[in-house]
Design a protein around this ligand. Structure first.
Ligand code: TXA
Ligand code: MG
Length: 315
């Protein structure tokens, strides 16, 4: 058996791993990312191998600030406005790739666009700054599984074979919102921790959701994703016998395992609890998890998106 990996204790140790072309998981304000130097193809390859991720699914490049991001992507006035309003923060912008800027082709999966974000977690930005390069990072979970919101989730998901810089629990608990920018046009490719309403309020115009065709252009928008082992039954006011229950607001009577995403119906609290609570109910051994109805507004759009994917048939 391979011995457990030695986890970096300081930002400098984590930066040294990344500079040496190794992977290292780190906290962002959304979920933990599995990072590697985005300019080093050997390093980026290790991300795909570690996650078992299909190579056609490109990665987000995390930058220390807007200036770094502008070296790798072409920002239209609209893209600049969004970046200035919401970075650092849980927004990923897909913009035209700057040719020859040095990003590994594996990061973009050969596309002519690049996904960029400046994370809201100060340690994450300091880490990127210390490496001096953008850090490619998908969520630090085996492909298709629940995203990690604590260092222990990452250690457990990879049986302690992946180094993790512990940055505490993630503040938002859902992945970033992804927008594709084409000149002055914008579409949402993935609902996420930045509610669409906030983006619309800034722009003063509706932000359409990408059609299924365009979602193929964001190859990670696979139907089954974020999947627990148990099956899911959504919009369930109460559990049936044998089901575990994920409540939101008032709790029905049940003899089975139950967790409440937010007794006070607070969507930010529910977003933070979503992945860890699904994982805990999954571990309770119930074959099926019934989930309470959750409003689709604000952060509810992303919460429902993740639940629908988690409920989709998978092996
Ligand atoms: O909050 C987050 O976004 C987390 C943290 C670690 O930053 N990261 C994350 O990465 O969720 P990942 O790999 O799980 O999701 C990235 C998504 C995928 O659906 C991928 O297909 C899409 O971004 N993507 C990346 N580059 C793209 C591009 N050039 N065009 C369209 N979609 C792209
Ligand atoms: Mg992911």
């Amino acid at each position: 058996m391979t011995p457990p990996v030695r986890h970096p204790q300081t930002l400098a140790e984590a930066a040294a791993l990344l500079r040496a072309g190794d992977v290292c998981a780190f906290a962002t304000e959304t979920v933990y990312g599995l990072g590697a130097d985005a300019t080093n193809s050997d390093a980026v390859l290790k991300i795909y191998e570690t996650k078992g991720r299909p190579r056609f699914n490109p990665l987000i490049s995390h930058c220390a600030d807007l200036a770094m991001a502008r070296r790798y992507g072409v920002f239209s006035p609209l893209a600049l406005r969004l970046a200035q309003a919401f970075w650092p923060g849980p927004l990923t912008l897909v913009v035209p790739l700057t040719p020859g800027a040095g990003l590994s082709d594996l990061v973009t999966a050969g596309l002519e666009t690049v996904a960029l974000r400046v994370p809201g977690h100060a340690t994450a930005r300091a880490l990127i700054e210390a490496v001096g390069k953008p850090i490619a990072a998908p969520s630090a979970n085996p492909s298709g599984k629940l995203s990690p919101t604590m260092a222990s989730h990452v250690r457990d998901a990879f049986a302690d074979t992946v180094p993790v810089l512990d940055g505490g629990p993630c503040a938002s608990g859902l992945e970033s919102t992804i927008l594709a920018i084409d000149g002055e046009r914008v579409v949402q490719l993935r609902a996420g921790a930045l509610p669409r309403e906030e983006i619309e309020a800034l722009l003063g115009q509706p932000v359409p959701i990408a059609s299924a065709d365009a979602a193929i252009a964001s190859p990670g928008m696979l139907k089954s994703h974020y999947a627990p082992g148990a099956s899911l039954r959504l919009d369930a006011p109460a559990p049936e016998p044998g089901e575990a229950y994920l409540a939101f607001g008032p709790e029905p009577r049940t003899g089975g395992p139950m967790l409440n995403l937010s007794p006070g119906r607070d969507l930010a609290e529910a977003a933070r609890n979503l992945f860890p609570f699904l994982a805990r109910l999954d571990a309770s051994g119930a074959g099926r998890i019934a989930v309470a109805p959750i409003p689709a507004t604000g952060l509810g759009e992303a919460i429902n998106d993740r639940l629908i994917r988690a409920a989709a048939p998978h092996d």
